[in-house]
Design a binder for this molecule. Structure first.
Ligand code: ZN
Ligand code: ZN
Length: 511
């Protein structure tokens, strides 16, 4: 059974109605690693729905969190905003309502493209609307018990007068006010940052925030959360999950949700993705080079506990090839190979929206990457492809989407080896006599064979053999006259895409 179904079955045993929560702090670009949380949860949500279970998928944007530091991607004048809530800091590009929105908006758009439609809540609004008021009162009334939990489980060393609430200082707007005197509904505080002293009425919303370790269990109760997935950083001994469970049970009298710990995503050659270190690719950026179904596939295929290495180089081509293979198997055009698991379910869960009724027409990415560099625009690409494929009933919109994504990848991420520039006019290169002889012979073959990648490839090999020329040299001769370089894409498919007429004309110019 697919992992999402396994989790769904466990949930069904416990209850017949579920709230699945996800949350990400929009303090920087929301990257592919973050997506794992949402994507994992959404797969389980779908599995519940497929079983006819009532389920809700919620996403809480932690927009009331303070800016923790001046991240490397921020201009230096943002130093002054450190400590302020993300929703109250200006957006870096001037086009969004605030800082949080700046990073949240592209992420939410990506979710839409991925077919993920959670109920979105923003923490700063929840606080302002008073949704947390009761949880805040309980936390302050039971401050001692919370402190004991944090000291025992998280080995925190907290002062005896510690209070689980960060007041938003009325003077400097930082979430750094510490409560010094409390008698519900009032509290006096002193700001750690600017030393301002003030008083707040706790019945008013948005005047401060529960620290993360208390905020998390508080929201489980507020929303009735029954399932939550989180990264392993939250799951280590003494982590926020460990204290959260205790606080949920003992302070809020609420059974904690079923947890699921997922592994981080690593960026090939760079390590675990972290928004704050810059080792990351934003989710919306990945969708510019990868079809949504393929990005979903990456997460659906592996169990959440499996480490995933995301590669924006050649690995991207392999990933698309693998997806295409699953698709062919799903539609019965190819047989499963040993070791493949839950192929049909993985394919279904990879679809952002409806599962297609018949196999969509797809050009392998590695071929499209070649054709996209030969054709000067989409129309030319269609023309090249139509020499090989019957495009009569093909969804050209879909093809165009893949084409544009391949182009973006070529421009921004593709390894140099795969890039080339077709020489549309005869390039200025000198050939040795041996190379010219090879081309003369090759021309004879090329005039006769069927114009197909395989056959072209074989013809090159055989001609080289006939002429007692090394295969490597034979191929580089070809690349020189078409690309003005010694290496290039797989010659068979490349020449086939150029078309026989163009190929013969170019050879004639050199012999
Ligand atoms: Zn902005
Ligand atoms: Zn202050």
């Amino acid at each position: 059974m697919h992992w999402a179904d396994v989790v769904a079955e466990k949930l069904v045993e416990k209850k017949d109605k579920h709230v699945l929560a996800t949350a990400i702090t929009p303090s920087g670009p929301i990257h592919v690693g973050n997506l794992r949380e949402v994507m994992t949860t959404e797969a389980i949500y779908r599995a519940l729905k497929d079983r006819g279970i009532k389920a809700e998928l919620i996403y809480i944007g932690d927009t009331f969190d303070p800016l923790r530091k001046l991240y490397p991607f921020l201009p230096s004048h943002y130093e002054k905003y450190v400590g302020m809530p993300l929703a109250e800091i200006p957006c870096p590009c001037n086009e969004h309502k605030n800082y949080a929105e700046h990073f949240l908006q592209p992420f939410l758009e990506s979710l839409k493209e991925l077919g993920i439609k959670p109920e979105v809540y923003l923490a700063h609004e929840l606080y302002k609307e008073g949704k947390y008021n009761e949880a805040i009162k309980i936390a302050l009334d039971k401050a001692n018990e919370i402190r004991e939990i944090l000291e025992k489980i998280a080995k925190r060393d907290l002062p005896p007068n510690w209070m689980p609430f960060n007041v938003k200082c009325e003077n400097c707007n930082r979430l750094e006010g510490e409560i010094v005197e409390y008698e519900y509904p009032y509290a006096k505080y002193k700001c750690k940052s600017c030393k301002f002293e003030g008083e707040i009425d706790l019945r008013k919303g948005g005047i401060g925030k529960l620290p993360w370790r208390i905020d998390w269990p508080a929201r489980w109760k507020i929303f009735g959360v029954t399932f939550e997935a989180f990264g392993k950083d939250h799951a280590a001994a003494g982590s926020s999950w460990d204290t959260g469970k205790e606080i949920s049970k003992k302070i809020y009298n609420y059974e904690p949700p079923m947890p699921l710990v997922y592994e981080f995503i690593h960026l090939k050659g760079k390590g675990a993705m972290h928004g704050s270190t810059g080792v990351a690719v934003a989710a919306n950026e990945v969708l510019k080079m990868l079809p949504a179904e393929v990005l979903r596939f990456l997460f659906m295929k592996y169990e959440p506990s499996r480490h995933i290495e995301f590669d924006t180089g050649f690995g991207l081509l392999d990933l698309v090839d693998e997806y295409d293979k699953y698709e062919r198997i799903y539609f019965g055009l190819e047989k499963e190979i040993a070791g493949m698991k839950d192929v049909k379910r993985v394919y279904e869960l990879s679809q952002p929206y409806k599962v297609p009724k018949s196999k969509p027409f797809n050009i392998p990415y590695r071929h499209l990457a070649v054709v996209a560099q030969i054709g000067r625009n989409f129309d030319e690409v269609v023309e090249i492809l139509s020499r090989k494929y019957d495009l009569k009933d093909v969804d050209l919109e879909r093809l165009k989407e893949r084409y544009e994504k391949v182009l973006y990848w070529l421009k921004n991420y593709a390894p140099e080896e795969i890039k080339f520039e077709l020489q549309r006019e005869k390039p200025d290169v000198e050939l040795e006599e041996e190379e010219k002889n090879f081309l003369r012979k090759l021309k004879e073959h090329f005039e006769k064979i069927e114009w197909d990648a395989e056959k072209i490839h074989t013809a090159i090999h055989e001609t080289a053999k006939e002429m007692r020329m090394k295969a490597g040299k034979a191929f580089s001769t070809i690349y020189k006259i078409f690309l003005k370089k010694e290496r290039g894409p797989r010659a068979g498919y490349f020449l086939q895409s150029l078309g026989r007429e163009f190929v013969l004309k170019r050879i004639k110019e050199f012999i």
